[in-house]
Design a protein around this ligand. Sequence first.
Ligand code: GLC
Length: 725
Amino acid sequence: MSRIDALLGAMTLTEKLGQLTMTAAGSAVTGPFIAGDSTDAIRAGSIGNLLNLMGAEPVRELQRIAVEESRLGIPLLIALDVIHGYRTLFPVPLAETALFDPEVWERTAREAAREASAEGIAMTFAPMLDVARDPRWGRGVEGFGEDPWVGGCLARAKVRGYQGSDLSAADALAAVAKHYGAYGAVTAGREYAAVDVSERALREVHLPPFEAAVTAGVSSVMPAFTDLAGIPMTAHAGLLREWLRGRLGFDGVIVSDYNAIGELIAHGVASDRAQAAALALRAGVDIDMMADAYRYGLPEALQRGLVSAALIDEAVRRVLRLKERLGLFEDPYRRGTSPESSTAMAERRRFARAVGARAIVMLKNAGDALPLADSLRRLLVVGPLADAAAEMRGPWHAAASADGCVSVLAGLRAALPQMRIEHALGVDIDVEDTSAIATALRRCRQSDAVVLCLGEASLMSGEAASRASLDLPGRQRTLTESICKHARSCGKPVIAVLFSGRPLAVPWLIEQADAVLAAWFLGAEAGHAIADVITGKVSPSGRTPVSWPRAVGQVPIFFGQRPSGRPADPANRYSSRYLDVANDPLFAFGHGLSYGRFKLSSLRVTPESLGADETLAIQVDVLNEGRRAAQETVFLFTHRPLASVTRPLLELKGFAKIELRPGESATVTLQLPATELRYLGPDLQPVLEAGAVEILVGPCADRAQLLQKTVQVRASGASRLPPPS
Ligand code: GLC
C-alpha cells in the first residue's frame, strides 16, 4: 500500500480538512504565531499548510511541531509570495520582462528559489500569468505585460526556474501559476471587479500562458478572485475541472486565493460557508487559503449532501502527492537546513545589478543627453524617488529589507566619486505641497546637470492598487516644469528617471526632459543599475513589454487589436479614432533606445509558399551605425490580411537579440513553424487556413518601423489540426 493510501486510510475528517487548509503565519519576538489560531491546530492536524511565514528558525519550529507532535506527522507545506526574489530582490516582473531574455527570466527564478528554500520555503505563489492591457489595474507590475506569446515564454522559464529539474531537491520551490484566468481584464481596470471577455479572447489571449505553465509541469494553479461572465473563478468547474484538469491534463494542486472561497458569499453564489466550500471543492479547488471554509464548512456540506467524502479524499490525495513530490515526507527539514554562503549572496547581488541595468527602458535620449558627459562636475539628484531605497523594492518584497536596497542617490555617488552630487527632495510623491521646490531650484542653479527621479510609490501598483489616472501623483509635474524651465534657460541636461509599476501617460514629461528612463522598480541594486546606465558603463537595452498610452482614455491599449471595418483615417470623420487624441500609443510595445543606432535591412523569408508541416526561415541584417556598442532586440510579427475570422493587426511570434560594436553588422535568423500560424476558426477550433501571411520584422510594434514580406500558406489536406496539446 502506498504512503498516501495508508495515510488516507488512517486520517480523520479533521486531519483531512487540515490538509486542505492554508493559514497565514508569522514570527514575533515571542516566537512563531498562526493567524486566528495556535500551534495546537498544527498538533491536532487541523492546519496542514502555512503562508507568509519567513525565517529559517520559525519555519523549522512549526515544521517540527507538525512532524514530531501531531498524530500522523504529516509535514507542513510552507508557501510565500516570492515574486521577484526573497531577500535579494530582482527587478519586478514587468521590468524583468523588458529584457526579453528567457534565460535570465529562468535564472532569477532559480536564484530566488535557492534563497527562499534555504530558509524553509517550499512553494511560491508565482509566476503571475495575467495578460495586462489596462494600466489602470495595478497588478500588471507582477506580470509580463500585454502579450500572451511573451506570457507563454515567461511561464515556461519561470516554472523551470522555480521548480528546477527535481522538485524534491532542497533548492526547489513548487511554482503556482496565477491568477487563473483573465484577471487582468477587470471592468474599468478596477481591482477585483467583474470580468467579461469573449470565448475567443479567453482562449487566444488569457489562457495560453497558463497552458504553457501546465505543459512545463507547474505544480499548482491559483484561480483569480474575480468572476468570469458570472461564474467566480474559485467555483468555475468548467475552467478548473473540465478545461484545466480535463482538457489540459493538469493533475497538480489548485490553491484558492486569499479567502476567495469565503468570498463566494459576497459574489452572491453561496448562501453560507458550507455552500461556498461545496462549490469550490466540486469545481476542483484543493486548498482553501485563509477562508476556513473547508475546515469549518465541509463537515456541514457533507451532512447536507452537498459534497461526497470521495471528493474530499481526491483533494487530500493531490495535496499529499505534492508534499511527496517536494520530498517533504522523506526529509521535512531538507529546506532550511543549509544556510547559503556569503559568496552565493554576493554573486546574486551582482546578477541583480546586471538584470536591473538591462531592465531599464530608455524612452527618450534627445541630443544624446545620456550617457552623462565626462566633463560634468556638479550633479543635482532631485525628486521624491531620488533617495528612496525602500521604494525600489516594488509592491511584493517578501523578506527583503529596505536597507538592503540601493537608492539612485547612493548609486550615483558610488559611481561618480569625483563629482559633486547634491540632493533635493523637491516634492513628495503624492503630497500637494510645493514649498521645497525653491530649494531644489536653487541647487539646480548650482549644478551642471539634473537627474530628476519621479514616479509612483511602490504600493501604487500591485494588488489593490488600481488608479483612475495614469499621470504622476502629487505635484511632481510642477517640480518638473520648474526644473526643466530653468535647465532649458541655461542648457543643462535634465535626465528623468521614472519609477512605476505600469506605463504612465506623461506626454508632458517626455516633451520637457532631455532623456527619460523607465526604471520600473529594480530591486536591491536599483541605484547601481541606474548609475551604470546613466554613466554609460552599460548601454540600455530594455524594451517595453507594454504599450505606453498618451492618455488614460485610450486604455485598454495594446498592439494586438483586431481591425475595424472603418480603420482610422484622419481624412474621414467616420473612422475608428478619437477626436482629441491619436490612436497610437506614446511608445509602442517593444520600444527602447540604446547607446547604439541600429538599422535593419534585407528581410528574407523562405520558403515563399509554406506547407502545414514546414517552417519559415526569416533573416534580416542588422547594422550598428552608432558610436557605442549596444544590444538590439528584433521582434517577429505576423498578420493575416484575410481569414475566416478577423485577425489581430499584429501577432508576436518571436524575438532575437544581438550585440553589435559600432559599425558592425550581422544577420539575425528567426524560425517560424507553420503550426504557429494557427488560430481559432469561427467554431473556435484550431485551424491552419490557406492564404497570405504578412511577415513583419523590426524594433517594436509600430508598423512604420517594420520590414515586411508576404508568404502563402498552403493549407494541408485537412485545414483543421488537432487541438493544441
Ligand atoms: C493575495 C494575492 C495573491 C497572493 C495571495 C497570497 O491576495 O491575490 O496573488 O499570492 O494573496 O499572498
